[in-house]
Design a protein around this ligand. Structure first.
Ligand SMILES: [Zn+2]
Length: 168
């Protein structure tokens, strides 16, 4: 974790980046060279009653082998977020818990996350489909995962039931 800030919208913004480690090219396995960073903004599970944003400074790499088709590539870490998800893995798990245990609506969830309905649904739909196909795979998975950002700022949020009466 690099820093925590509160922006004007009342969001908690947590900036994260991975530890520097050698990276192999996914195609040819040659040790890749560092090639700057890409800032990715993600919606995280709410903390202390506030929506949270993760600013993930992803490492970008370049394969030094001129014959390799990969060129540059960006680090991925499913513990933080699935490759095309706008929600962190933790936010997805949180949202699914809310739906399954608290019978929350996607609309209630998107309000607590401070984001759009489509953003939530596009991120959790593949997970819900995978769970339906193979429920055992998700048994015993911790909601918080192993994200390194969890210091004092992102304690597990208490789940707030979003009842039918609060749906809009
Ligand atoms: Zn390569």
């Amino acid at each position: 974790m690099i820093g925590v800030d509160r922006d004007d919208g009342g969001w908690l913004v947590v900036e994260v980046e991975s530890e520097p480690t050698p990276m192999g090219c996914p195609a040819c396995g040659v040790v890749a060279h560092s090639h700057g960073r890409v800032l990715v903004r993600l919606v995280d599970a709410p903390a202390m009653g506030r929506p949270v944003r993760i600013f993930w400074r992803k490492r970008r790499w370049v394969c030094p082998d001129p014959g390799c088709p990969v060129g540059t590539f960006v680090e991925q870490d499913d513990r933080i977020a699935a490759p095309r998800s706008s929600l962190t893995t933790r936010a997805c798990r949180w949202a699914i818990e809310q739906i399954r245990r608290e019978h929350a609506s996607v609309n209630g969830i998107r309000r607590q996350l401070g984001t759009g309905w489509r953003t939530v649904w596009d991120s959790i739909r593949p997970l819900l489909q995978a769970m339906d196909a193979d429920p055992a795979r998700f048994e015993g998975v911790t909601i918080l995962g192993s994200m390194s950002t969890c210091g004092t700022t992102c304690r597990p949020s208490r789940s707030r039931p979003v009842g039918a009466g609060r749906r809009s």
